[in-house]
Design a protein around this ligand. Structure first.
Ligand SMILES: [Zn+2]
Ligand SMILES: [Zn+2]
Length: 245
């Protein structure tokens, strides 16, 4: 296995997801070069305007997230939708073209969730991980659903359950809409998967980017209807309007 990896590494050397520099493994991952990894770590330390905590410790929700009953919203970084290391990682995650970037994000999310659960004395094996599904069109053009891939990887490393709970029928990309339209769009396109009961479970809802919070809110309302006892949200990033910068 190691030999194969070493040979493959010579034929196809890994390139940093953000700057393209050729790299070896750095801190166990070959997604980012040391420089870009440093920038990523700094991004995680930007402070939230609302609670004053570093973003990677902040639990503030967005929009209707509290109303929908989401207990806490965990996130790794702020992101305003353009460029930088976060932009490159998210683009890579969405397009599904770079496995090391997807693995890196999954392991960062797992780390954050683990930390959070241990702060509340919750056994990681007791939670269920799920995700809000993409539109069929996005699914097709990206060759899969990246939030599903990240959720599955997280469940595997935490030793907890992964469960598909929701379906998407029709609807358009949230990015093309304003906040009010986003809410209507998700209400008309995200539905419960037939026959799933969450039966008092504690569910972690995983997504990439939270902007208006409409997708997470709609998903949480449905998860509670399906019997969840508690819904916790986790996203890779959140709109930058809440950072102190
Ligand atoms: Zn780099
Ligand atoms: Zn906060």
């Amino acid at each position: 296995m190691w030999v194969t990896e070493a040979i493959l590494g010579r034929i196809f050397p890994s390139k940093c997801t953000a700057c393209g520099e050729i790299i070896g493994k750095y801190r166990g991952s070959n997604a980012l070069c040391p420089n870009c990894r440093e920038k990523w770590e700094l991004n995680k330390r930007a402070r939230c305007k609302i609670c004053g905590m570093e973003v990677s410790d902040c639990l503030c929700g967005e929009g209707d997230m509290y109303l929908s009953g989401i207990r806490d919203h965990l996130k790794l970084v702020f992101y305003d939708g353009v460029g930088g290391v976060t932009g490159a990682l998210i683009y890579s995650l969405k397009s599904g073209r770079k496995r090391s970037a997807t693995q890196f994000i999954a392991s960062e999310c797992t780390h954050r969730l683990n930390e959070y659960l241990s702060s509340r004395d919750i056994d990681p094996a007791s939670v269920l991980i799920t995700y809000p599904p993409r539109t069929k069109k996005e699914h097709r053009s990206n060759g899969g659903d990246h939030s599903e891939i990240v959720s599955r990887a997280m469940a595997e490393s935490l030793g907890c359950g992964f469960i598909r709970t929701l379906v998407r029928r029709g609807g358009v990309k949230q990015r093309e809409l304003d906040f009010r339209e986003r809410k209507i769009n998700v209400e008309n396109s995200i539905f419960p998967l037939d026959g799933v009961s969450l039966d008092g479970g504690r569910v972690v809802l995983v997504d990439d980017v939270v902007t208006s919070g409409a997708t997470m809110s709609r998903a949480a309302v449905l998860l509670y209807r399906m019997g969840a006892e508690e819904v916790i949200a986790l996203s890779v990033s959140r709109a930058k309007s809440h950072s102190t910068e």
